[in-house]
Design a protein around this ligand. Structure first.
Ligand code: Z5A
Length: 211
């Protein structure tokens, strides 16, 4: 498949299966001979990965919500300008594990940073760039958290259930307002989740091919 690069993002709370399903999407892109890169946020460049480590590391000092938001967007500025835009410009597809919707969910819904501040940062960092397709994996928080019980938890994952309920509600609000979103029921069996993802991608790719 050749032509215009497309920007695909995967979103959802921890435990919903983003990594598992990013692997599936990668194999679908390969089956269709799509030239692509796979990347993630926070991260995707050496500097952005350093910021990711700083963000995830548990620390005694309380991180101010605005400081957290600025770090996430600093990493994104680096990632967008050095990785995402250049790939799209070359006609490659970009598969990105989380993007700015996560900032509206975690820093907005979870930490209480206002939507207007986040919108200003979004405009500053990538005003004219939005994903073409966002797969939002949704499931009840309790079930999602039960899936990550055996992991060593990072600074976000140690938060209480209410934090994740707020994150989920912010995601659902954002997903309901934008046509690029597809909401996948991630509480289904892995086979059923993956069939839904295959269906979404197949519809998206046939439209992209015709464009
Ligand atoms: N963050 C932020 O605050 N603001 C921002 O703007 C951005 C990010 C961009 C790192 O993200 C952190 O950054 C994140 C928010 C913050 N918070 N944390 N932590 P991350 O994406 O790297 O972290 P993660 O959410 O832990 O992602 P992950 O590693 O991809 O985990 P996952 O979504 O849970 O996926 P998984 O490992 O594939 O699945 C979890 C388990 O469930 C695993 O054992 C699977 O085998 C199993 N699984 C998956 N699907 C199923 C089904 N359908 N049935 C049963 N079991 C399943």
């Amino acid at each position: 498949m050749t032509g215009q690069g497309m920007f695909l993002t995967l979103e959802g709370c921890e435990g919903v299966g983003k990594t598992t399903n990013a692997n599936l999407i990668e194999s679908i892109l390969q089956e269709n001979d799509v030239s692509y890169i796979r990347t993630r946020e926070p991260g995707g460049t050496p500097l952005a990965e350093s910021l990711r480590n700083m963000l995830l590391e548990k620390r005694d000092e309380q991180v101010h919500p605005l400081a957290e938001a600025l770090m996430v967007f600093a990493a994104r500025a680096q990632h967008v300008n050095h990785v995402i835009r250049p790939a799209l410009k070359k006609g490659q597809w970009v598969l990105c594990d989380r993007f700015t919707d996560a900032s509206f969910a975690y820093q907005g819904g979870g930490r209480g940073v206002s939507v207007s501040v986040l919108e200003q940062l979004e405009e500053m960092v990538h005003g004219d760039l939005q994903p073409n397709l966002t797969l939002y994996l949704d499931m009840p928080v309790e079930l999602a958290l039960s899936r990550i019980q055996s992991r060593e938890l990072d600074r976000f994952e140690v938060e209480k259930k209410l934090f994740f309920e707020n994150v989920r509600n912010a995601y659902l609000l954002r997903a309901s307002g934008q046509a690029r979103f597809r909401i996948i029921d991630a509480s289904q069996s892995l086979d059923d989740v993956q069939q839904d993802i295959r269906d979404c991608l197949s519809e998206f790719m046939s439209k992209a091919n015709m464009a």
